[in-house]
Write a protein that binds this ligand. Structure first.
Ligand code: NI
Length: 229
């Protein structure tokens, strides 16, 4: 009985209070949550010494802490920066049970955002945007399985020691998402990016360097909380 009365009182209070005011010019919106980078990889074949080819590489997904900061230039136009803790991806050889290695990366992304409900009263705050991404790769590593495969390809019993280098990438980013605001300041958030990340990979050995293009082109999914002030 008590709990029912409490619920009725809460419903009455909620229906009396005004809906949250949406983003307005000069507001900051911070969002924090779990961000999953899920590559949709397309890779060139890897030609090794003209002797044989590997089919290319696949890049697996990774989840890290994502943070976005948005500044509202007007009631409906905002500028958003995506930051995150470093992502780490395992890389495998396509079509073969061979681990190729791994890389770390950070994909800071700046997007120009449209908030169609900006300045209005509403719980629901959708947004879309477009912008630019810079992806920085570091700590690229080659797995012993790939080094052994390289040895086999050139007819050696010994693995071929190798290093991996991935060029940094500049590319287009598209963006959509929404907040569901509980009050003027706090809400829950879900959003998605599509990011065009293309890199040239180089496998360096004492014998030769092998270069091939990889399109990582991930979707990035983020779920978390929003704080607006
Ligand atoms: Ni691409």
């Amino acid at each position: 009985m008590i709990s029912r009365n409490v619920i009725l009182a809460a419903v009455a209070a909620a229906s009396l209070s005004a809906l949250p005011v949406q983003a307005e010019q000069g507001d900051w919106i911070f969002r924090v949550g779990a961000a999953n980078v899920d590559p949709d990889t397309e890779s060139d074949r890897i030609d090794v010494a003209g002797l044989a080819t590997l089919q290319g590489v696949d890049v697996d997904d990774d989840t890290q802490l994502g943070i976005t900061a948005t500044y509202m230039l007007t009631d409906i136009w905002g500028l958003e920066l995506l930051a995150a803790t470093p992502f780490e991806h395992d890389i495998t050889v396509k079509g073969a049970p061979i681990d190729a290695g791994s890389t770390k990366h950070l994909p800071p992304t700046l997007t120009f955002m449209w908030y169609p409900f900006g300045g209005k009263e509403s719980n629901f705050q959708p947004y879309v945007g477009a912008g630019i991404n810079y992806t920085y790769f570091w700590d690229e590593e080659v797995d012993g399985e790939l080094e052994a495969a390289l040895g086999t390809i050139i007819g050696s019993d010994e693995p071929v020691p190798a290093d991996l280098d991935l060029d940094d990438s500049w590319g287009f980013a598209a963006r959509a998402g929404f907040d569901y605001m509980i009050n003027d300041n706090w809400g829950v958030n879900a959003s998605i990016w599509y990011i065009d990340i293309d890199t040239e990979a180089t496998i360096k050995t004492d014998v030769a360097n092998v270069e091939f293009d990889v399109e990582i082109d991930p979707y990035v999914y983020m779920v978390g909380v929003a704080y607006k002030f």
